[in-house]
Design a binder for this molecule. Structure first.
Ligand code: GLC
Length: 804
């Protein structure tokens, strides 16, 4: 079964069946203003924090056929009255003659046909703007003239998203809507919660005259709300009731008589749904976007900005699926996770004070460094601003208020109140940023630590470099009985929360990797003595790791507080963990023979046709001593599910061992676009990586959930571009070190780097996986595999031959 297809020339995915197994969404705008829209036209919009400034009432727990947030109704005059149509399928649910939802870069376009009317609606948020545009063309494709009305509708949320759900007294008393006519006679509906009427006003406006409106849901649905969204009673009347809601459930609906459309005749309706401080200040922008040219220009600017973001790396491999993912869908998802962290999706509902995650955003930043290094640097500054003086970091933060929290680590008094990995991720992210830009000055920027005096002033500030040093020193001095870093509340795996004293092999390896990065950075800075110190710390931890972590066929994952190994053949459950095997390769701790043995064990025990499982065997039943992992049934999420974020680390490890065939096999088996033809099993969008897929210990093996906001995006992109294709930035410049499938004849790629473009052609005449036999740059032979840094704004030809 399939619900759509990729249209690579348009850089779109086209959904052709509205009854997808779950809602399939797309993102628009930014965290400053934006949200997502599902494929049946329901939009969840926010300005800033989705918990504290939510605009539309989109509740993802409702059944898929229910109205959510926004829609468009059409009505056509028939003998005896009006017939109401739902061109986006929801909420009317009448069978459409044709349906396409085109998921594009920063926009969604729904094109449908019903009753001889074609509706073509594009939704997008103009760059740096605070409105959602619905640019709708309504065309009579029938043989007779039709009288048509168009009624865009929005249902508002209270700005406090959680109060909307928990307080049905205060919220409805505060919600108010008004209507006004602008100078050009167009109607503008505006809406606010009473306390926000001078500061935070939502508006709904359009470019065509509207003869009537409604802002009160009761009146719109009719019959004291025993009328339904599928068939609102008020749409049976000639005009809407024109009520200005003074309380209650606020909506905005504008009735436009498009008039009689002759066959082939079209009308263009541009709707704006946005927010401003007050309605007076909103009027200029509303006026501007009533002009279709402004809409066309804004759309063109949006397309250019995506073109600019994607053009920094485009590839052509022998695999069409890899090309479409690496050129469009994977980088788009990287920008989306970078933008939204884990704030807002169908699964992360953005109600709480969660904010963005320190570890998540550090890793997300690594996926967009090549195209938006300045934005990535700015996010890293924000993150370092919530690092504590001791060296560990606040686990989460609200980017608007810069308020940090320790998240779940505060749940239990008998567990440590810090995460052992957060601060180490920022070392990796800063290192990658510097390798991309070559700009050392970032290290000298001064950023305060999170700690404050009573009067709110910061206790201490330090350079970025000192922040990184503080982090590494924290891990070095917080080790357990075996000299391995203490687990803290958790490491990367949130769900294994062991008593104080437990040690984490993952954190040991992440620390090892961070030490390698700091050593390389020190050499680049011309500080060999500091580099040697980090080398020595690396050797020290490596020795402890090799002494305690080997289990015979693989590496263990934790040492519990009482000295028991976890992730060992002696355990009944959780004998082997994926990160336990990949990370010793990434950190340089694993010896080559043990690395190969452990990666074979991983393959034997954890690999499935839908991806590599996080661990096995699964726990079966809640055990408070084990914590979160045991809340899941066998095969789900961190309990032996395919937790996809971990898979690219295995891919990277395989490339480091030279196994290009295996690396690509692991890459391919998790490519969502490859699930397009069996979507009944996968269920989620085939154009993005999900966070998790049910593993083979679950009866619904292969079913994906939590699409879009996952660290998988950044890491798969890095694994494929830096490690399989091998275009790897270093402090000295871009290196070319492919580790590709031996069957490939080669590939080509264009990569922007430090102010020049490299047009790289890789040939693989002897069909091997890796090794650079020769490299020719602009016609001249270059020794080794480091490309010169040109910085001249020009394109340079690079020809690489893979071989011994
Ligand atoms: C979620 C969290 C991430 C964590 C992972 C594994 O994806 O956002 O921070 O590392 O789960 O538990």
């Amino acid at each position: 079964m399939r619900c759509g297809r990729f249209e690579d020339s348009a850089r779109e995915y086209v959904i052709t069946d509205p009854c997808t197994p779950t809602k399939w969404i797309n993102y628009m705008g930014t965290l400053a203003f934006g949200g997502f829209i599902d494929h049946t036209g329901g939009a969840l919009l926010c300005k800033g924090d989705p918990a504290t400034n939510r605009i539309t009432r989109y509740i993802s727990l409702q059944p898929a056929g229910d109205f959510r947030g926004t829609t468009l109704f059409l009505r056509v005059r028939e003998p005896g009255g009006w017939k109401t149509l739902s061109p986006f399928f929801v909420p009317g649910l009448a069978r459409l003659d044709s349906f396409q939802c085109r998921v594009g870069l920063g926009y969604t376009r729904i094109v449908s046909e019903l009753d001889g009317i074609r509706t073509d609606a594009t939704f997008f948020v103009p760059l740096e703007d605070t409105r959602l545009i619905w640019d709708v063309r309504i065309l009579n494709i029938g043989k007779i003239s039709r009288e048509v009305d168009a009624i865009p509708v929005v249902e508002y949320s209270h700005f406090d998203a959680l109060k909307q759900l928990t307080n049905a007294d205060w919220v409805p008393q505060t919600m108010q809507s008004r209507s006004l006519l602008s100078e050009n006679g167009r109607r503008v509906l505006f809406q606010y919660a009473f306390m926000m009427r001078e500061t935070q006003v939502n508006f709904l406006a359009s470019n065509l005259p509207s003869s009537s409106f409604e802002t009160d849901r009761r009146h719109f649905l009719g019959r004291n709300e025993y009328g339904t969204w599928a068939s609102p009673r008020s749409l049976e009347e000639e005009e809407l009731g024109c009520h200005e809601a003074l309380r209650g459930d606020n909506i905005g609906a504008l009735l436009h008589h498009l008039g009689v459309l002759a066959p082939g005749q079209e009308r263009r309706l541009v709707v704006q749904l946005g927010q401003d401080a007050h309605i007076e200040s909103a009027m200029t922008g509303i006026g501007l976007f009533q002009d279709a040219h402004a809409v066309d220009n804004a759309f063109a600017r949006l397309s250019e900005s995506w073109q600019a973001r994607l053009s920094c790396m485009q590839v052509e491999t022998p695999e069409p699926a890899a090309n479409r993912m690496l050129n469009v869908h994977n980088p788009r998802q990287c920008h989306t996770t970078f933008q939204w962290s884990r704030y807002l999706s169908l699964y992360q509902t953005g109600y709480g004070a969660r904010g963005i995650g320190f570890r998540d955003s550090s890793q997300d930043a690594m996926g967009v460094l090549a195209s938006v290094p300045d934005q990535a640097a700015s996010l890293l500054r924000t993150l370092l601003g919530v690092q504590k003086r001791e060296g560990f970091a606040m686990h989460q933060l609200n980017p608007a208020t810069r308020e940090g929290s320790m998240g779940d680590a505060m749940e239990r008094d008998d567990r440590p109140h810090y995460y052992s990995d957060d601060h180490l991720w920022s070392i990796l992210a800063v290192a990658e940023l510097l390798k991309e830009t070559g700009d050392r000055s970032f290290l000298d920027e001064v950023i305060p630590f999170y700690d404050r005096h009573r009067d709110g002033s910061h206790v201490e500030s330090a350079t970025v470099l000192d922040h990184l040093r503080r982090g590494i020193e924290f891990t070095r001095s917080n080790v357990g009985a075996h000299g391995i870093p203490l687990l803290g509340f958790a490491d990367w795996n949130d769900t294994i929360n062991l008593p104080t004293g437990a040690e984490s092999m993952f954190t040991a390896n992440l620390y090892g990797k961070a030490l390698q990065e700091l050593a390389a950075m020190a050499r680049w800075r011309g500080e060999p003595a500091e580099a040697e110190k980090y080398d020595a710390w690396h050797a020290e931890m490596k020795e402890r790791f090799l002494r305690h972590a080997w289990d015979g066929q693989w590496w263990i994952r934790y040492i519990d507080w009482d000295g028991t190994p976890l992730g060992s053949h002696v355990n009944e459950k959780g004998q082997i963990y994926i990160n336990g095997q990949s990370w010793p390769v990434l950190s340089g701790f694993a010896t080559e023979d043990k690395a190969r043995t452990s990666m074979e064990s991983l393959r034997r025990m954890l690999n499935t046709s839908c991806g590599i499982k996080i661990s096995t065997p699964s726990f079966n039943g809640f055990d408070p001593r084990k914590g979160g992992i045991s809340t899941y049934p066998p095969g789900a999420k961190e309990n032996s599910g395919i937790f996809l974020h971990t898979n690219p680390w295995v891919i990277i490890a395989e490339t480091m061992l030279g196994n290009g065939d295996r690396a690509y096999e692991y890459y391919r088996q998790i490519d969502p676009s490859e699930k397009n033809d069996s979507i009944e099993r996968f269920e989620c969008e085939p154009y993005v990586y999900p966070q998790n897929i049910l593993g083979d210990e679950h009866p619904m093996f292969g079913l994906a959930r939590n699409s879009w906001l996952s660290g998988t995006a950044s890491w798969v992109y890095q694994a494929a571009t830096k490690h399989i294709l091998g275009l790897l930035p270093t402090y000295s410049g871009l290196t070319v070190n492919p580790c590709i499938p031996s069957g490939w004849d080669g590939f080509s790629a264009v990569r922007g780097y430090r102010g020049a473009a490299y047009q790289v052609t890789v040939r693989n005449p002897s069909h091997v996986c890796r090794g650079v036999a020769s490299m020719i740059v602009d016609g001249r032979k270059v020794e080794g595999n480091l490309l010169p840094v040109f910085g001249d704004g020009k394109k340079h030809d690079v020809e690489v031959t893979v071989g011994a």
